[in-house]
Design a binder for this molecule. Sequence first.
Ligand code: CA
Length: 229
Amino acid sequence: MSKILIIEDEESIAELEKDYLELSGFDVIVCNTGEVGLKTALEEEIDLIILDIMLPVMDGFEICKKVREKKDIPIILVSAKKEDIDKIRGFGIGADDYITKPFSPSELVARVKAHLARYERLVGSKEAANEVYEIRGIKIDRTSRRVFVNGEEKAFTTKEFDLLYFLAKNPNRVFTKEEIFSNIWDLESVGDIATVTVHIKKIREKIEFNPSKPQYIETIWGIGYRFKI
Ligand code: CA
């Protein structure tokens, strides 16, 4: 069940919105101040926010911006003034929609449903688009950080995965050990370019049919390595 957060200082309006949304099957939380509303928006699992602009102390614009820094859930602003509409349109504050008072509760419910459906499609398409590289029997799934060799999953350490992914996403390009080291290991880490050699050896043992005659990660003598496709 989708959870809707209403941030609205006028309690009668908040109750009306809540009743209609609950009748439509939503879980509803009401906050009557901006401060509590913002805290709830950031800490709870909320699917959509209905946010009044005119709130004492912290207004809806400020809350909208702060929520946007952390979450991309739909936000519908509620406005009582025409000037607000110009601001919503002109300032890029990150709201998905707005509705002006007075509005019919059924219109609000319709907007909520539309935005939730659009957001679910968006999130769904993000999940579907796993970043996967497939090269001659090797499958590198960046999203889940898993590696398969001819359909069989191989266990990779974090750095081994990062290294393999780095080379595979830049195929046929030769990297020196220094370049690889500076790309994969952060500056604070203890180690030197010999670490690269050790990791390449371990990766080859996992992905190559014959590690002494590598088909994927080639050694370019005197320079470094490249991922061959
Ligand atoms: Ca208000």
